[in-house]
Design a protein around this ligand. Structure first.
Ligand SMILES: Nc1ncnc2c1ncn2[C@@H]1O[C@H](COP(=O)(O)OP(=O)(O)OP(=O)(O)O)[C@@H](O)[C@H]1O
Ligand SMILES: [Mg+2]
Length: 241
């Protein structure tokens, strides 16, 4: 029952916070299709009329490139908002085929160093995302291939983590450290972080090695979270090419 304007406001705000799903695409292994998955998931969600913001938090700027921007040409990126001491808003490129993007470029590599001494640095991304929550249904964060501070602040800011996992022989190598990192964040910094699931990528149904790898992934990880069916095709739509 709502009997006060203030309560009503708080309820609406909490509802908005709860409704915005913030999903980190996270795996410290390189080249497992994190950026490709972020882009494709973003498009599929936007086709279903969800309001989607992609955040590129990788200094390589792959997602930025996939979305058709040239990282080196950008004057403002997520880096500026992260290190700003004057509440600089996140720079957003709007409506790139129906999706918004906060881009990154190589300057973001400096943030690792610059944030070391920042107060409450683990909450920095969460803090700068807060004003955007009412505007989006989904915020997808494309993490770099590392367990460093940029991945950590992404996990702290997220409601969910989705782990793309490449269907090849060393797919499960490093899963322990990945899960430990997620568990540490859940324990100390973000109790409500959930593992949305593992998403097998680059799977070829006709390849027996891929089939065996997928079986191992299911055997070893299905007790922890959902193993999504691998997509038949997971290529970048290649806006930039
Ligand atoms: N299903 C697929 N089949 C073949 N190649 C793919 C597939 N999905 C993605 N790729 C390609 O694999 C490469 C790595 O993909 P992507 O950049 O998405 O991985 P990543 O995990 O984000 O890499 P990084 O760890 O460097 O950020 C890209 O060239 C991409 O186009
Ligand atoms: Mg990437």
């Amino acid at each position: 029952m709502i009997w006060h304007n203030g309560v009503y406001f708080v309820q609406c705000h909490v509802l908005a916070v709860k409704l915005t799903k913030i999903i980190s695409l996270f795996n410290q292994a390189g080249g497992v299709a994190k950026s490709t998955t972020a882009q494709n998931l973003g498009y599929h969600l936007s086709i279903r009329r969800h309001r989607v913001l992609l955040i590129d938090i990788d200094p390589q700027g792959s997602l930025t490139t996939f979305m058709g921007l040239e990282p080196a040409d950008l004057e403002k990126t997520i880096y500026d908002a992260l290190v700003s001491e004057s509440d600089e808003p996140i720079p957003i490129h709007r409506d790139l085929d129906g999706i918004d993007l906060a881009p990154a470029n190589i300057l973001l590599a400096n943030a690792e160093q610059e944030l070391i001494f920042a107060e409450l640095r683990e909450f920095r991304l969460k803090e700068i995302l807060a004003p955007l929550l009412d505007s989006y249904d989904f915020i997808l964060i494309d993490c770099p291939p590392s367990l460093g501070i940029l991945s950590q602040i992404s996990l702290v800011a997220s409601t969910h983590v989705l782990v793309p996992i490449q269907c090849q022989f060393k797919a499960l190598k490093g899963t322990d450290s990945l899960l430990k990192t997620v568990a540490r964040v859940q324990r100390k910094l973000n109790r409500s972080l959930k593992i949305a699931g593992f998403f097998p990528t680059m799977y070829s149904a006709s390849n027996s090695l891929d089939q065996r790898t997928l079986e191992s992934i299911r055997e070893q990880l299905s007790s922890l979270a959902t193993i999504f069916p691998p997509p038949t095709s997971c290529y970048s739509s290649g806006r930039s090419s």
